[in-house]
Ligand binder design. Structure first.
Ligand SMILES: Cc1cc2nc3c(=O)[nH]c(=O)nc-3n(C[C@H](O)[C@H](O)[C@H](O)COP(=O)(O)O)c2cc1C
Ligand code: SF4
Ligand code: SF4
Length: 279
């Protein structure tokens, strides 16, 4: 039986869900696949896993048509030798332009042979009050619609991989241009948003959940207060999973019902967490 290792970053669970569904779909097709959160493995261990696999995969959520910083750092660190056929996917709410193709370019620059690329539409995890109306949903029925659509794409991608037939969706000049139009301003201004999430001292119970969950070591307890270190990677995990919804975004309190708490009710954000923080 062939083996595949899937390395993923997930802020709030959508990419975790796709990575695990894809691992299961590949395993059903005689490719024994395992999915690893990049927070739980050092680049050296990932290189060993890659070397022992026949195929490697990379998955991440899209932020402003760009890769999250932890995934960019992981790709810059990892060496897979000998080179293995590689697949790449991103999860997005609505649209990223060239979300998977951008990761493919980064992986090719590291010498990997990318043969498959796919985009998965998943529920928006943006619960912060950026607009006068909610961008997210916590309704199981609304989430289920996205999951059904993504399940179909998971099975299709797994089939192409199992048959060794290359498959790329959204790898064209128009998508690249569309992605660039969103990515250029995002990259220019992203550093301004790296200190925007702060606990509200009035409602925060100092439970420490956000500190334990943060993949960037941005939140720390000091003298019974939570301090930020200006290195937020915008994953929104602390915002989504604070039991009191006590994180303020640019000084604004959470509104619009419960925040996004992952794609399925049973999602536990601790399954993502590990000692390897990249920011
Ligand atoms: C900072 C940030 C930027 C985002 N930008 C986009 C975007 O450009 N296009 C889009 O369709 N979704 C965007 N999203 C939504 C997420 O990509 C989407 O919900 C993703 O599936 C979340 O995956 P996760 O739960 O694995 O973190 C953005 C989310 C965040 C937090
Ligand atoms: S998870 Fe929420 S309540 Fe707990 S320490 Fe963080 S901000 Fe405060
Ligand atoms: S502070 Fe919150 S949003 Fe920022 S990296 Fe940490 S968990 Fe993610």
């Amino acid at each position: 039986m062939k083996k595949a290792s899937i390395f993923y970053f997930s802020g709030t669970g959508n990419t975790w869900w796709v990575a695990n569904e894809l691992a299961a779909a590949l395993t059903q097709r005689q490719i024994e696949a395992s999915a690893y959160s990049i927070e739980q493995i050092a680049a050296g261990r990932a290189a060993e896993l890659g070397a022992a696999s026949d195929l490697v995969g990379f998955g991440y959520p899209i932020y402003g048509s760009d890769l999250p910083l932890p995934m960019q750092r992981f790709i810059a660190e990892i060496e897979v030798r000998p080179v293995k056929p590689t697949f790449v996917f991103c999860t997005q709410w609505m649209w990223s332009g060239d979300g998977a193709s951008l990761g493919a370019s980064m992986l090719r620059a590291r010498g990997l042979e990318v043969r498959w690329g796919e985009h998965f539409h998943m529920p928006s995890n943006v619960s912060v009050p950026v607009l006068p109306w909610p961008l997210h949903t916590d309704s199981p029925a609304a989430k289920a619609k996205y999951l059904r659509h993504s399940s179909f794409r998971v099975q299709r991608l797994a089939e192409y991989i199992a048959q060794s037939r290359p498959f790329y969706r959204g790898f064209n000049k128009l998508s690249t241009l569309a992605g660039l139009l969103q990515r250029a301003p995002y990259r220019r201004h992203m550093h301004k948003y790296r200190d925007d999430l702060v606990p509200d001292p009035a409602t925060c119970t100092r439970c420490g959940v956000c500190v334990k969950l943060c993949p960037a070591d941005n939140l720390r307890v000091c003298k019974n207060e939570i301090h930020t270190a200006g290195r937020c990677v915008l994953c929104l995990r602390c915002y989504s999973f604070c039991p009191e919804s006590a994180m303020l975004y640019r000084g604004k309190k959470h509104r619009f019902g419960p925040p996004f708490r992952g794609p399925v009710r049973e999602f536990d954000p601790y399954v993502l967490v590990g000692p390897h923080r990249r920011f």
